[in-house]
Design a protein around this ligand. Structure first.
Ligand SMILES: NC(=O)c1ccc[n+]([C@@H]2O[C@H](COP(=O)([O-])OP(=O)(O)OC[C@H]3O[C@@H](n4cnc5c(N)ncnc54)[C@H](OP(=O)(O)O)[C@@H]3O)[C@@H](O)[C@H]2O)c1
Length: 297
């Protein structure tokens, strides 16, 4: 059996992992600050000792992140501390305690100027401060000597925490029409499916081998634009999707540039024998069937 530590345990993914794993400690940032070296070493060594005592396999799944993409442009020091220094400390503690680490990263490490799904070994070239700090976190984890895997995901939403689906529901309740960008393509990812995928990977790495590829992509199947995603959310809410209007990124300037195309290839994930992710539209329907009350404004 697995004993899992989930730093960032109060975030939308962290809470989903905590719901779905059987033996799990999922501390919030107040309980475990991943930028605090002493706290990180203590948390990982406690995990290793308690797992050994219980005859379990210990794994750390890092779900902590500075995720405010626009704020990171002017708060890069803090974003770097959480997205790069924190993972470096976690990986060093995991290496010292011989605990495998699964670290979650993002499609925003890619520039977004491609026209086919990004493979795990495509060069990263982030365009935003957030993406830059996440790419530095990937390097720190992979260069640490720990048995570590980086899992990039994208466009995450779930029952817990704020996200695009909840924003659309809120706007739908207050406006007749909503304009949403139709020139950024990616893959919406439900935390339920992502958590199940990460737990399957955690089992695989805890069993001793784990995938050969140390970078994996795990996102909802298929692709769409934010406009297409918004229309699907309206459909799930029982509202007229024609109330969603397409617009361009240029019409909605934001502090941080977004990749225009950030679809992630699941080739390495499938080759590792991990469960394929279902199409994003099907996952959205399941998320509403299971957690509809959380998504409605
Ligand atoms: N959300 C997306 O669309 C998206 C897309 C691609 C990849 N990802 C990646 O997916 C992972 C999970 O994201 P999420 O959507 O679950 O994010 P989230 O809801 O913002 O959760 C992140 C958690 O990290 C915690 N945290 C921040 N600083 C910390 C620190 N110093 N020590 C410990 N915890 C800290 C936050 O706690 P506080 O609130 O208390 O600070 C928050 O609960 C992240 O690696 C993210 O980069 C997310």
């Amino acid at each position: 059996m697995l004993s899992i530590l989930v730093p960032g345990g109060h975030g939308q993914l962290g809470r989903e992992l905590a719901e779905r794993a059987s033996v799990v400690r999922a501390p919030g940032s107040a309980e475990l600050d991943i930028t605090n070296a002493g706290a990180v070493i203590e948390a990982v060594s406690t995990l290793a000792e308690s797992a050994a005592g219980d005859g379990h396999s210990p794994v750390v799944v890092n779900s902590a992140a500075y995720n405010a993409v626009d704020a990171a442009e002017t708060d890069a020091t803090r974003a770097y501390a959480v997205n790069a220094d924190g993972p470096r400390l976690l990986a060093a503690a995991c290496a010292a305690a011989n605990v495998p680490l699964v670290h979650v990263s993002t499609d925003y490490v890619f520039p977004g100027d491609g026209d086919r799904p990004y493979e795990t070994d495509d060069p990263v070239r982030p365009r935003s401060a957030y993406g830059t700090t996440k790419a530095a976190g990937e390097d720190a984890v992979l260069g640490s000597g720990a048995r570590a895997w980086v899992v990039r995901t994208a466009w995450v939403y779930g029952a817990f925490g704020g996200n695009f689906v909840k924003t659309m529901a809120r706007l739908a309740a207050t406006r007749d029409t909503v304009s949403v960008v139709d020139d950024q393509r990616g893959s919406p990812t439900w935390t339920g499916d992502l958590a199940d995928g990460l737990l399957a990977l955690a089992s695989s790495v805890a069993s001793g081998d784990g995938p050969t590829s140390r970078i994996l992509h795990c996102a909802g199947g298929g692709e769409t634009t934010w406009f297409g995603f918004a229309q699907a959310v309206f459909e799930e809410l029982g509202l007229d999707p024609a109330r969603v209007h397409p617009c361009t990124t240029a019409e909605f300037p934001r502090p941080a540039p977004r990749p225009a195309y950030s679809v992630l290839s699941d080739r390495a994930w499938r080759e590792a024998g991990l469960p394929p992710m279902r199409p994003w539209r099907e996952a959205l329907a399941t998320a509403f069937a299971e957690h509809g009350e959380h998504f409605r404004a």
